[in-house]
Design a protein around this ligand. Structure first.
Ligand SMILES: Cc1ncc(COP(=O)(O)O)c(C=O)c1O
Length: 385
């Protein structure tokens, strides 16, 4: 290879290194998949139930119902709650589209609330204002979907009393935060229902799409089990409600069972890497702030930079072979399909500021110190001017 070219063209690093994890897990996953190929129970095979039991143990919850994706997990809960036309469901504007999309898909109306400056999570005061906005629009506020953004739990001690006072069902969108804790309790038991995602890039990801609903409510779990198989009743051709095809493939369950064994160790690695980033970047950017009593699974490590500096930083890092991502460049209430829905009084100014200032750096459990130093040096090089 031409040495000169190699120097000018730095080796690119991955944003999330799934191959590094695969190298560590490789054979065990291959063997787990081979077992499914041997027994041929591709739909709701034994690995699915085994995974549900392990996930429930992990969260300290009574029931886990796996499903085809995090999006389906959210929809299944809204369907089970009978939420539909005329109902308002409040959610933060600063989140991934799926949080609001599912509300519209069941025929209800998303009502957007703002997030807090420190945590990027739902602002309880704005939640209260969003309920008022829903009523003014002639809607019945029925539920709230707090999101545990980037892996950090929302502030449930402040959200729950408002939800109780407003008679809102709370559906935790923990798509990015499976494994995180809030005051020593794992997500999954903080709300009556929690939805999560096992999309490959998530801290616990499978090799395709996957998701789960976590709940202590036996009846809700049963309804969701029925809904995920076309609303089946006692038998396959006994239909008791309108459902969908929302099952997790057995092969994905087999993958997750293997990955779950390493997950606690990977969470510690993520925590160590996030602390190292924060210690070294705090003087040059606004680093993530964890609320006391919370842990994050660091689905993203997202910093804030001064308005107008983000594109320059992304370009400088790209030139060094370092990918970045913007989660999320446009708050949902400003996205074209969602502009017609109500927003809490006062709007969502924090969501708008964050959309202009946040940038996520490479983050995964296998990010070694030398690579991380390269990223940190590049950020300093771009921002300390
Ligand atoms: C906050 C949030 N909610 C829901 C989802 C949907 O999950 P899935 O991609 O598994 O459908 C995602 C996925 O990225 C997400 O980040």
């Amino acid at each position: 290879m031409n040495q000169h070219a190699a120097r000018l063209d730095p080796v690119s690093i991955p944003f999330i290194d799934l191959a590094a994890q695969r190298r560590r897990l490789g054979r065990s996953i291959d063997e787990a998949i081979a077992r499914v190929l041997a027994h041929c129970q591709f739909i709701l095979g034994p690995e699915v139930r085994a995974l549900e039991t392990k996930l429930a143990e992990f969260c300290g919850a009574r029931h886990v119902v796996t499903c085809a994706s995090g999006t389906d997990a959210l929809i299944l809960v809204l369907m089970a709650q009978g939420i539909g036309p005329g109902d308002a469901v409040i959610c933060p504007s600063f989140t991934f589209t799926a949080t609001a999309e599912v509300i519209a898909l069941v025929g209800a109306t998303p009502v957007f609330a703002d997030v807090e400056e420190k945590s990027f999570n739902l602002d309880p005061a704005s939640l209260q204002r969003a309920c008022a906005a829903a009523r003014e629009a002639g809607l019945r506020p029925k539920a709230v979907i707090p999101v545990d953004l980037f892996g950090q739990p929302a502030d449930y001690d402040r959200i729950m009393p408002i939800a109780d006072a407003e008679s809102l069902f709370v559906l935790d969108d923990a798509a990015q935060a499976f494994g995180a804790t809030y005051k020593n309790r794992r997500l999954g038991v903080l709300a009556p229902a929690t939805a999560t995602s096992f999309f490959p890039a998530k801290p616990l990801g499978c090799y395709g799409d996957g998701g789960a609903v976590i709940t202590d409510d036996e009846e809700l779990a049963q309804v969701i089990r029925s809904l995920r198989v076309h609303g089946e009743g006692r038998g396959k051709y006994d239909c008791v409600r309108i459902g969908l095809n929302g099952r997790m493939d057995t092969i994905q369950a087999a993958v997750l069972l293997e990955k779950l064994k390493l997950f606690p160790e990977e969470l510690l690695a993520r925590e160590r890497i996030a602390r190292r980033y924060s210690a070294r970047l705090a003087d040059v950017a606004t680093v993530p702030r964890l609320a006391p009593g919370s842990t994050s699974v660091w689905a993203q490590y997202t910093i804030r930079v001064a308005p107008g500096r983000r594109d320059g930083l992304a370009d400088a890092l790209k030139a060094c072979g370092i990918p970045t991502a913007v989660h999320y460049p446009i708050p949902l209430h400003r996205q074209e399909p969602y502009q017609r829905f109500p927003v809490a009084a006062g709007g969502a100014p924090v969501s708008e500021r964050l959309a202009d200032e946040v940038i996520s750096l490479p983050m995964h459990a296998y990010l070694d110190a030398a690579t991380q130093d390269r990223i940190i040096d590049a950020v300093w090089g771009a921002l300390a001017i």
